[in-house]
Design a binder for this molecule. Structure first.
Ligand code: ADP
Ligand code: MG
Length: 748
């Protein structure tokens, strides 16, 4: 840490700027320091990373004479006159006349009396708002105002100002200038050659240009470079903790021979630590897995085989696996997960499968029990010497419905090793659950499972044999690659990028007129007439579970009396008892019902291949991922399937989410689209403060940088989490790493 000389220049590293308090800047006394603190600025470092909210390009500044009424516009103008008056009802109105060199702008503020003081005659400011015309005068009401003071230059940076703290944009700009002057040259950890390759500017130049660009292009280039730094720091943190984990934990070397022989790139951190050869594993050790996959009525897809080989490779290694399995709806993740569990139990270990909800856990339990029926594992010696030394695979489920007596038995059998696979919700990692030898854990729908829970899981799982189990995390729908690399950056990634053959894309339409609405239900009737089944997902209403249930009941009754009169309808919502839910699902599965009217409880996991129509009412209320997941409930067999998104609207009103679904059935494409439309706020959380936040980087815009940063982090960390060959970067990371901050990344 510190300041040093290089080629005659004094160079500081970023860390030294963190320890320089902002009070060292000229004009910052106690009062101003406090105001700055409210903006999260305490050090010179905070000051220079307090980035402009936007820029006003004077060279391309629109003039009042050129602008049309009704447009949103940014006008740079000087105040000529300010007046305050009161309405008869006692409201204060401040009226300002400003001149931009081409014309006058009349600005009106309602109930903002303090504007009179702020916008005195002679003050120059940027006004942002909608242009109106009133009695032949161009005006704006309640625009956003940024005081820019006497800043010159072609491009003016506008800072997020704080009215409460009484800091105007121009004051912040002045402080930033002072901070930049004191900063001088900053150490750049990225080698010249990498800068060239990624077309990035140097760090010092970028820090200066982001605040005082000479052209808009330069501002963008500076932003890109500084975004890269943010992403690099984040990836370094993830990489370090990953390597540290690998060093500090001991996993199980499962006895698994290669299964399908796909070429698998060893992604292990330390290939030298173990032999890629299946130590002691032979054809014999895989007999259960081979038998199981041979029993299926279909071939695995190439992607499934490759995923299983990758997993087998990891399972064999003594470094605990932490892998994310991504695949589109219907890509067959369940079988891959099951394969992993079998790899563990064929060697005498146990497997656990955790789902986010009881409904899903139950689905999984039913599926696994059905698929594993008749398969045996080598028994333990307790089973007797004279009987065949084999017993049926035991799959059990723990849920809140499990009776006290069953629960006692299950816990007992888990700790003695009689149970091979346990399925349940996160309650599986609660106190009191003790495993005999847990070897593999599958976590379904990671979205709701944070890094903290993963740590707890590891702790709990370790008891028993003192080794960490291998962990596979599955997501229900794809998430964008950049998000996966960022939010799940500590996991290895496997992608199922292939659907089982014979799936025809689901015919998806947006029903926006009354005629189209009627045709949707005609389609439901005709599909039912030809022996198929349908889902109708009720409008998403706001309110308690009870309110939601009530609206579902009403919709069920309405449809039964009108559009779907005469068909056998079932109703499914969250307020029903588990028993009633099960019974309705069972009736639907057995085709005793034609149409299931449901709330989003059917969102994930429901698997009834005979269903071919999915109708979603008020589709505009759902997110892309949710719509895609719901649509995935049909098209699960060879029958042609349909999805109708009902959203009665003016024909001309665009709806990018619905349009995306109509355009594509590719979950990976939709995930990217979703990121574009919503921005990453929803993925990353929206905290403004904290040094490790991404202030400039955007997962949607900076895709290429995320990948480059990850690659570079890998090279830098290598096998040394201390990063001893990169002391400045190591210091930088340490200064940035605020455990509380990095945690939030995982708790989306
Ligand atoms: P996901 O969980 O990825 O959405 P599932 O594992 O539920 O998908 O699989 C969807 C359906 O496809 C299931 O009915 C499953 O039995 C079937 N399936 C899985 N793999 C294959 C395959 N290779 N060929 C044909 N059908 C498959
Ligand atoms: Mg599934």
């Amino acid at each position: 840490m510190g300041i040093y000389e290089s080629r005659g220049l004094t160079i500081r590293d970023l860390v030294s700027l963190i320890s320089l308090p902002v009070t060292r800047l000229s004009g910052v006394g106690d009062k101003k320091a406090q105001a700055l603190q409210e903006l999260g600025i305490e050090s010179v470092f905070d000051m220079i990373t307090f980035y402009p909210r936007r820029y006003v390009d004077r060279t391309r500044q629109a003039s009042l004479v050129d602008l049309a009424v009704g447009e949103e516009a940014l006008i740079l103008a000087r105040v000529r006159r300010t007046a305050v008056r009161r309405t008869r009802t006692g409201k204060t109105i401040v009226e300002v006349d400003a001149f931009d060199g081409t014309g006058y702008l009349h600005i009106i503020f309602f109930n903002q009396a303090w504007r009179a003081k702020q916008l005195k005659e002679g003050v120059e400011a940027a006004f942002f708002g909608k242009l109106e015309r009133f009695r032949r005068v161009t005006q704006m009401s309640n625009p956003i105002v940024d005081l820019i003071g006497d800043r010159t230059g072609k491009i003016v940076s506008i800072y997020p100002q704080s009215e409460k703290a009484g800091l105007a944009s121009w004051e912040i700009a002045k402080l930033v200038d002072d901070a930049l002057n004191r900063t001088g040259e900053v150490f750049d950890p990225v080698p010249e050659e990498v800068l060239d390759r990624l077309d990035l500017m140097g760090r010092t130049a970028a820090i200066r240009a982001v605040h005082n660009p000479s052209a808009m292009g330069e501002a963008m280039a500076a932003r890109r470079r500084l975004a890269f730094d943010e992403l690099l720091r984040l990836q370094l943190m993830l990489r370090r903790s990953k390597v540290e984990n690998a060093h500090n934990s001991k996993g199980i070397s499962h006895l698994v021979a290669p299964i399908f022989g796909s070429i698998v790139h060893t992604s292990r951190l330390n290939a030298g630590l173990f032999s890629a050869e299946p130590l002691g594993a032979d054809e014999e050790s895989n007999s259960l897995i081979r038998e199981f996959f041979a029993s299926l009525s279909f071939d695995l897809t190439g992607a499934q085989k490759k995923a299983l080989d990758e997993i087998a490779n990891d399972m064999r290694s003594p470094i605990p696996m932490h892998r994310l399995l991504q695949g589109d709806v219907g890509s067959g993740k369940t079988l891959v997960a099951l394969g992993m569990l079998l790899m563990a139990i064929q060697g005498g270990y146990q497997g656990a499968l955790m789902a986010p909800t009881e409904v899903l856990a139950e689905q999984h339990w039913i599926t696994l029990s059905r698929l594993l029926k008749g398969f045996k594992v080598p028994g333990s010696s307790e089973d007797g010497l004279f009987e065949s030394n084999e017993r049926h695979i035991s799959v059990e489920m723990l849920s809140s419905k499990t009776s006290a007596a069953s629960k006692r038995r299950i816990l007992d059998e888990l700790s003695s090793g009689r149970i091979d696979i346990i399925v349940g919700t996160h309650s599986l990692i609660s106190d009191g659950v003790m495993f005999h030898a847990l070897g593999a854990v599958v976590v379904d729908e990671q979205h709701r499972f944070g890094v903290e829970q993963r740590a707890v899981l590891r702790e709990r799982a370790r008891t028993g044999h003192g080794l960490d189990p291998d962990v596979l995390v599955m997501t229900a729908t794809p998430i964008p690659r950049t998000a996966a690399m960022t939010v799940f950056g500590d996991l290895d990634l496997t992608v199922l990028d292939e659907l089982p053959p014979g799936r025809t894309p689901i015919h998806t339409r947006w029903a926006k007129t009354g005629d189209q609405y009627r045709m949707v239900f005609e389609r439901v009737r005709s599909e039912v007439a030809s022996g198929r089944q349908a889902y109708v997902v009720c409008p998403l209403v706001e309110g308690s579970e009870r309110v939601i249930a009530k609206s579902a009941i009403e919709e069920f009754e309405r449809l039964g009396a009108n559009e779907l009169k005469g068909l056998k309808l079932g109703l499914l919502h969250g307020q029903m008892t588990p028993k009633d839910k099960d019974s309705v699902m069972e009736q639907f599965r057995l085709h005793q019902l034609d149409v299931l009217v449901a709330t989003t409880v059917i969102e994930v996991g429901v698997d009834v291949p005979n269903a071919t129509v999915m109708v979603i009412e008020n589709a505009d209320r759902f997110g892309i991922a949710q719509l895609h997941q719901l649509r995935g409930r049909v098209g699960r067999a060879a029958h042609k399937s349909y999805c109708y998104l009902i959203c009665l609207a003016e024909p001309e009103v665009p709806n990018p989410r619905i349009e995306a679904l109509v355009a594509s059935t590719d979950g990976f494409y939709l995930a990217e689209k979703d990121l574009e439309i919503r921005g990453e706020g929803t993925i990353m959380g929206r905290r403004q403060k904290g040094r490790s936040d991404l202030k400039l980087a955007s997962l949607a815009r900076d895709r290429d940088l995320v990948a480059s940063a990850q690659l570079m982090a890998k090279e830098i960390v290598g096998d040394d989490p201390q990063m001893r060959s990169f002391p400045q970067l190591a210091d930088e990371i340490r200064a940035f790493q605020n455990p509380e901050d990095s945690e939030f990344l995982f708790l989306s």
